[in-house]
Design a binder for this molecule. Structure first.
Ligand code: C2E
Ligand code: CA
Ligand code: CA
Length: 360
């Protein structure tokens, strides 16, 4: 499939390069198509069928760069982009790609520096959760924030995956747990039934010492475990349940509740709710939008179905992302157990939280 005048190189593992002098972008795209079609077909080796995906990046000498090292760098960036978009595709290099890689590298370095520097610039904010019936305070979700004067504002959805991939999430996650446990201890003096929800990453929870660290913190703050809920995003409940089962069980044995976060965004179905180990299901905020729109019955029916199903098996339900009064009314009429969203309050600092709720 490779043109005669082309040269092929192998890098390491399953990565290679094809260098085609004089080729146009169109030529390169059609070369990719050929290889793609071939690779995606069923292949049989020793009587076993295999399917193979292939990701690629194209860089043009003379247009994207004027030297060979640059060509390699541009091609690599384009390849990375294909992998990030879901693999099995080809991307042509654009200068924006290099910039976004550079931005990620700068962010990663700055995050690393801040973590090493005693969690410089990190803080935890708290978003209240209210009971659906009388809208009284039920607890809060601890949410991580990070600010560096060297960087533009970045949200947790952007920096947490970077912490996960550079191995810092363990340190940061432990720090969040410590902060949130400490705040919780203080707030249960004011609200005896207060419950603190804390997000945990998969990378963090599979560490050998995770449960013992949680136990250590409960001791350190003399905090009864029933005030703690650990939230984990839905997709791991399906994909890695065997790995997580024992850890969840150990946490539940000491009275810590597990919440399945962002329900409806991952791979689970309503059917698997009956087998889940979660004590609480948090319905993702995408379902609340259009809940009162007559043309979009699905979201409303979905929320209603999840609430009914969960209640029938003793799981409580929190609806996230309630931003407007009419959404609140609808969710309350469906008897969700708890509600969270900007309509109640945005996440706030502990001081603001106390100011807002201390005397209520
Ligand atoms: P999440 O766990 O689903 O947290 C809820 C997110 O929705 C928060 O975003 C919150 O600010 C936002 N939110 C709450 N109510 C509303 C609303 O009414 N409308 C809209 N549009 N948004 C609302 P945030 O703080 O940016 O956090 C994003 C995600 O980052 C979190 O999603 C969670 O997955 C992750 N995260 C945050 N803190 C931590 C942490 O300490 N550890 C880990 N592992 N992940 C964290
Ligand atoms: Ca959460
Ligand atoms: Ca969520």
């Amino acid at each position: 499939m490779i043109p005669h005048k082309a040269e092929t190189f192998r890098f390491d593992g399953d990565e290679g390069a094809v260098f085609c002098p004089g080729a146009t972008l169109e030529d390169m795209n059609s070369l990719y198509s050929k290889i793609h079609i071939y690779a995606n077909k069923e292949h049989e080796i020793d009587g076993i069928s295999y399917y193979c995906t292939i990701s690629a990046g194209i860089a043009m000498l003379g247009t994207d760069t004027d030297n060979y090292l640059g060509l390699l760098k541009c091609a690599m960036s384009a390849l990375e982009a294909s992998k990030k978009k879901g693999k099995n595709m080809c991307t042509a290099f654009t200068p924006g790609l290099l910039q976004s890689n550079l931005h990620i590298m700068e962010l990663t370095n700055e995050l690393q520096r801040c973590v090493m520097n005693g969690m410089d610039g990190f803080s935890v904010v708290y978003q209240p959760l209210v009971k659906s019936d009388e809208l009284g305070l039920k607890g809060a979700e601890a949410l991580l924030r990070w600010y560096s004067p060297k960087m533009e504002k970045v949200g947790p959805a952007e920096f947490i995956p970077l912490l996960e991939s550079n191995g810092n999430i363990e340190t940061v996650g432990k720090w969040v747990l410590d902060k949130a446990f400490c705040t919780c201890k203080k707030w249960i003096d004011r609200w005896p039934d207060f419950v603190m929800n804390i997000n945990v990453s998969y990378v963090q929870i599979i560490e050998d010492d995770f449960v013992s660290y949680v136990e250590e913190l409960l001791k350190k703050y003399d905090l009864p475990a029933r005030h703690i809920v650990l939230e984990m995003t839905e997709r791991y409940f399906v994909t890695d349940m065997p790995t997580l089962k024992a850890t969840f069980q150990r946490l539940q044995d000491i009275d810590i509740c597990i919440a399945m976060d962002d329900f409806g965004t991952g791979y689970s179905s309503l059917g698997m709710l009956s087998q889940t180990l979660a004590d609480i299901v948090k319905i993702d905020r995408m379902f609340i939008s259009l809940i009162n729109d007559k043309e979009h019955f699905f979201n409303r029916s979905f929320i209603q179905a999840v609430i009914s199903l969960c209640h029938s098996i003793g799981i409580s339900v929190c609806v996230e992302g309630v931003e407007y009064e009419d959404e609140l009314d609808t969710v309350r009429s469906m008897s969700a157990d708890s509600i969270q969203g900007y309509y109640i309050s945005k996440p706030v600092t502990p001081e603001e939280f106390e100011e807002k709720y201390w005397n209520s």
